[in-house]
Design a protein around this ligand. Structure first.
Ligand code: PGA
Length: 224
């Protein structure tokens, strides 16, 4: 059986709602429908609702993701975005990104709670791990190996190392799909997804330009 390929756009704290909608209409109309090509866009929280509407109205083969969610359920947790509410808008949540661990003190324990909330509310958790040692919480079906030195630097990890870390994660956690992230562009995406143990890519900077992201998706689509 051929493997799924995930192409996930992590916009981080970028794009106004109007800019996001423009990107969605450009990218959505260019992606070919293919059950094994899983394209996900992760806007800011405030753009999620409009993004979801645009994807639904356009009938685009795009999933929507958030970049985080609350470790708690509904209740007195000021400022948090609970999975029960988010589940109306998103299919997936990026959890434990290194920028959250570094800037917001997110710990492995918090990430595990967030994974629990996602799973209980039908949101697919994607846990980012910075190396082969970062734990992937139980029941999490998707992980992304994102070495810190490779994020936003133009200096991706070697194909060999990325594939080895992905293999190690699969050995440790069994039924896990593993993505690579860190300076992925249209120039290197083909080589990363060709690696035996890599099931797709998490794309930051190169996802912001619609044209570049369409290129990345087209290259991936041809490999399925
Ligand atoms: P980058 O970011 O593609 O800009 O390196 C990836 C990420 O942080 O998810």
């Amino acid at each position: 059986m051929k493997k799924n390929i995930w192409i996930i756009a992590n916009w981080k704290s970028n794009k106004t709602i109007a800019e996001g909608l423009d990107w969605i209409s450009q990218v959505g109309s260019q992606i070919s429908k293919n059950d094994q090509l899983k394209v996900v866009v992760c806007p800011t929280f405030s753009a999620l609702s409009e993004a979801k509407k645009a994807v639904t109205v356009g009938n685009f083969p795009l999933m929507i993701g958030s970049q985080d969610l609350s470790p708690f359920g509904i209740g007195a947790y000021t400022g948090e975005e609970p999975a029960q509410v988010l589940s109306q808008l998103v299919d997936l949540a990026i959890l434990g990104h290194s920028e959250r661990r570094q800037n917001f003190g997110e710990t492995d324990e918090m990430v595990a709670k967030k994974v629990g909330q996602a799973l209980a509310n039908n949101i697919t958790p994607l846990v980012c791990v910075q190396d082969g040692q970062t734990p992937v919480p139980q029941g999490c079906p998707l992980a992304a190996y994102e070495p810190i030195f490779a994020i936003g630097t133009g200096n991706p990890d070697t194909l060999e190392n990325a594939n080895n870390v992905a293999a190690k994660l699969k050995q440790s956690y069994g039924d896990l799909e593993v993505l690579y992230g860190g300076s992925v562009t249209s120039d290197n995406v083909e080589s990363f997804i060709a690696q035996e143990n890599i099931n797709g890519v998490l794309v930051g900077g190169a996802s912001l330009e619609a044209e570049e992201f369409i290129k990345i998706c087209k290259i991936a689509g041809e490999k399925i």
